[in-house]
Design a protein. Structure first.
Lengths: 164, 413
């Protein structure tokens, strides 16, 4: 069985060659809260306020393509939202997952549209379906649901069959 | 002043919009609503287009008309019940979606999939790619005005759908893959039918090319239209054939292989022309490569089991279930309470006919997925529409939409 490697230092020791992790640690060690290597996938936890800098650091390390931005709702535990970024490197043929914990008292995080314009739709989708705001997003409107919709359907406290 | 003020406001507040070429131009521009019911938008895509004469200034896609909340529904289903949902995301390549989902869950379960199942998955995925590209070619040519090609393409597509029906019992919503392998051993004459079909496919592709590649009307409508540079394509999240037509040599089947794609020899067609024509050429060449992969899969198909050795995940053989107590118990448990998946998060990307189809699955250790998210190629590629259409004629918008090969079911989910 493939067991998980937990903690920044342990993952650093297990993956000394990994450019994403080393560049993130070189950029700002305190903003990197945690790291995990499980099922051959690297997950790095970034402090909420530093996500834009982290994305820039990863991009500078050669991870050139933003695949996806999404969110996981861990209701009722806190921090409730896990905003998740999948970033791919065409050159290194490697992928890194950045996650950022967001508290439910202020569900918001910096937008990364200035780094990857493709984040525009992904972040709109997260806002629409989870209600996480993105600071600095050029056009934070609903994208799937109608403009006048109440609530954010992918939250765990939203019933599957909707409100009736 | 546009006839419908709310449309004007929609354009005004949107972002994909760049500054106007000149001040005062607003007086002579017009807002045109295209879709959601429009034959060339391939579904229920609505475009709000600001035009100056026939020149497009802005294109703002308005999506969500087909939103069915599949991601939410997945959270209320057992892991094995999600497979049929994945068909419905992209109704032109159900097998690709089945594969991506099954691979993600199999990674979480750390299952070993037998070679035969992996090769059959590759074979069916390439047939799916042919199927999807045939629909793309037919509808794209029809949008341009070449009606004949549509019927030719659907003739071959019908053959593929018959093969799918033969193997899975369903033409379009196949749901043939299972977590842990395949639903059933393929029927006896399945390989012969695929062989017969794949033997005549190259000459059919020649036939489409005879109708289109040298056709001056078709060429003039496509060449130089919808320019998308490699930098823009990467910045806007474009994947698949449009990315390769912009000169980026990237194919997940070759570069991050899954389901034993590393055992197959094929070329990845790339073009540096960056226009609609390049996307046409890349896809046509991809069809020829898919034929090669299917031939290799037929020639080297390994023998053996089609499901992993994991009785707590894979439903037992029907005959065993009726005769053996242990199989009966496993069957009962899987059907009534599902199977649990160890906690973890996994992202599995596969090369769908439209680009990178990624499944992000989060498990909390129960029998239902905590979260399933799909990263959809068309959803991202749609963001590049403004870049490709800006400054072009309104008739070119139709050509560009055809060239990015969108499926609205997958965009809206």
């Amino acid at each position: 069985m493939d067991s998980a490697v937990l903690g920044k230092d342990a993952v650093r020791a297990a993956l000394p060659e990994n450019r994403a992790l080393s560049s993130l640690l070189a950029w700002n060690t305190t903003a990197v809260l945690d790291a995990k290597y499980h099922l051959k996938e690297l997950t790095v936890t970034i402090a909420r306020d530093e996500i834009r800098g982290a994305c820039q650091a990863v991009k500078n390390a050669g991870y050139n393509f933003l695949e996806d931005v999404t969110c996981v709702d861990w209701y009722p535990s806190e921090p409730r939202f896990q905003v998740t970024y999948h970033i791919l490197s065409h050159g290194l043929k490697d992928r890194v997952r950045l996650i950022s914990p967001v508290e439910s008292i202020d569900p918001s995080i910096d937008s990364i549209t200035s780094i990857w314009p493709s984040a525009n739709y992904y972040e709109r989708e997260v806002w629409d379906l989870f209600g996480v705001r993105f600071h600095g997003h050029p056009e934070l409107r609903r994208i799937m649901m109608p403009e006048e919709w109440d609530g954010h359907p992918l939250r765990k406290d939203y019933p599957v069959e909707g409100y009736r | 002043m546009p006839a419908r003020p709310e449309l004007a406001q929609f354009v005004e507040t949107s972002t994909l919009i760049k500054p106007r070429p000149e001040e005062g131009a607003k007086d002579r521009t017009m807002v045109l609503n295209m879709g959601p019911q429009h034959p060339s938008t391939h579904g229920v895509l609505r475009l709000v287009i600001e035009i100056d004469g026939e020149t497009v200034l802005k294109v703002v896609p308005d999506i969500g008309y087909l939103h069915t909340g599949i991601e939410k529904t997945c959270e209320a289903k057992f892991y094995q019940q999600v497979v049929p949902m994945t068909d419905r995301i992209d109704y032109l390549c159900p097998m690709t979606n089945n594969l991506a989902y099954c691979l993600a869950i199999e990674t979480l379960l750390q299952l070993e999939i037998p070679d035969r199942a992996q090769w059959l998955r590759v074979l069916l995925n390439e047939l799916t790619r042919l199927n999807s590209h045939l629909v793309w070619l037919g509808t794209h040519a029809m949008d341009i005005g070449a009606l004949t090609v549509f019927l030719y393409c659907f003739r071959e597509r019908e053959d593929i759908l018959r093969i799918f029906e033969h193997v899975s019992g369903q033409r379009m919503m196949t749901s043939y893959f299972r977590v842990g392998g395949l639903a059933l051993e393929p029927p006896l004459d399945f390989f012969d039918r695929v062989k017969a079909f794949i033997k005549r496919m190259p000459e059919k592709i020649d036939e489409y090319e005879n109708l289109l590649t040298g056709n001056p009307i078709f060429v003039n409508r496509l060449k130089g239209v919808g320019h998308l540079s490699a930098e823009d394509a990467i910045a806007l999240g474009v994947t698949g054939p449009p990315l390769r037509a912009s000169g980026v040599d990237w194919d997940l089947r070759r570069d991050m292989p899954y389901s034993s794609y590393e055992k197959f020899q094929f070329n990845v067609p790339v073009s540096n022309d960056c226009d609609v024509w390049a996307r046409y050429v890349v896809r046509i060449q991809e069809m020829r490569e898919s034929v090669k992969i299917v031939e290799q899969a037929l020639a080297g198909m390994p023998e053996g089991a089609i499901t992993a050795n994991a009785p707590h995940v894979v439903l037992p053989d029907r005959e065993k279930m009726k005769t053996q107590m242990e199989s009966l118990i496993y069957h009962f448990k899987i059907v009534t309470e599902g199977f649990t998946v160890p906690a973890g998060q996994v992202y599995q990307a596969v090369e769908s006919p439209r680009g990178e189809m990624g499944y992000f699955a989060v498990s909390d250790g129960t029998a239902k997925p905590y979260r399933v998210h799909m990263r959809n190629p068309s959803f991202a590629t749609l963001q590049a529409l403004q870049t490709m259409c800006e400054g072009r004629l309104i008739a070119d918008v139709v050509a560009v939409i055809g060239s990015i090969d969108i499926v609205l079911g997958e965009i809206d989910r």
